[in-house]
Design a protein around this ligand. Structure first.
Ligand SMILES: [Zn+2]
Length: 323
């Protein structure tokens, strides 16, 4: 039997129609289940550093304009790198990854994500944290790197609810001194006053219970804080060491490795002291490359961990292979 073209097309659409009507057809039900949702599996990733277990937890992303994102380079130069890095046209996507450290019998969370105060594409931390098997009531300690909203808002929802009711909250002393200074707030440009108010909103109810740390302190078992000022006045990074392995948590040393690992002299619009931030960035990236130490980023494509290599006048990120 031979069919002409019209019969084939008619037959094909009838078959499709019949499948669509027949809910018991495996093809039809598979289509019905997968078609409407565009959703990933829960986003967490575990790895070991010596005896410590690290779990990277994804909080989602926010998107902003490329224009003005880099304070000290012509837009054309920034566009060129952004195109090489396959960014969306004239946009940059900033991802947020928090790290849970299980070490010395304690559960430590470093930074908390956007809570319910970020972009609609962010605020996924708690769902992913629970999907990874963690209970927020069992977190022993929350260590904060600096006081920008994407790092502290996950501590307290807009309703006022504390998210880690039993955790000790550990914050950098110089960061506290800056943001809680009413004189500094009064001098700040109008656009920054919201950030000062947000610090008060998040921390005021627990101010008397906060623990403060400075550069060089052990803020959790085997986790040492290291000053990396510039992005904010008290911005901190951390080195976790366990059984001859090390991991450096670089906080906001870069806001996107595609731009600022490649071009470490570029300053992101959020760097409060651009020159100091540049020096901190160069020092940290150079140390990572020289010592071949694994790095965990706060703002890098998930799971936001890898190694740093020297590349010309800058560096590049070699992501770890998913295991
Ligand atoms: Zn940040």
């Amino acid at each position: 039997m031979s069919l002409n073209r019209r019969q084939i097309i008619a037959g094909a659409s009838l078959t499709t129609w019949a499948l669509a009507q027949n809910s018991t057809s495996p093809i039809a039900s598979a289509q019905a289940q997968s078609a409407p949702a565009f959703q990933q599996a829960p986003s967490f990733y575990r790895y070991k550093i010596g005896d410590a277990t690290i779990t990277a937890i994804h909080d989602g992303y926010g998107e902003t304009n490329l224009e003005n994102f880099v304070r000290n380079a012509p837009l054309e130069d920034v566009r060129k790198i952004a195109e090489q890095e396959f960014f969306p046209k004239d946009k940059v996507r900033i991802t947020f990854t928090q790290v849970v450290i299980e070490s010395g019998g304690k559960i430590t969370l470093v930074d908390t994500g956007n809570g319910d105060s970020g972009a609609p594409t962010a605020g996924r931390f708690m769902a992913n944290f629970k999907a990874a098997g963690f209970d927020p009531a069992k977190v022993d300690r929350v260590v904060i790197s600096h006081f920008h909203g994407d790092h502290i808002n996950g501590l307290r929802l807009k309703s006022g609810t504390a998210q880690f009711p039993n955790a000790e909250i550990v914050v950098p002393e110089p960061e506290w001194a800056f943001w809680m200074d009413d004189g500094k707030m009064a001098q700040a440009p109008e656009g920054m006053k919201g950030a000062f108010n947000n610090v008060r909103r998040v921390f005021a109810p627990i101010a008397k219970d906060l623990k403060f740390y400075k550069s060089g302190d052990e803020v959790a078992p085997n986790l040492i804080a290291q000053a990396a000022f510039g992005h904010t006045p008290g911005h901190m990074t951390f080195v976790l060491s366990s059984a001859s392995q090390s991991l450096m948590l670089v906080s906001d040393i870069t806001n996107h490795p595609g731009l600022f690992v490649r071009k470490p002299d570029w300053a992101v619009m959020f760097d409060m002291d651009a020159e100091m931030a540049r020096q901190s960035r160069r020092r940290v990236l150079d140390m990572l490359a020289t010592e071949r130490m694994q790095v965990a980023f706060y703002h890098a494509p998930f799971p936001a961990t890898g190694h740093i290599l020297k590349d010309g006048d800058g560096f590049r990120l070699q992501p770890v292979q998913w295991s």
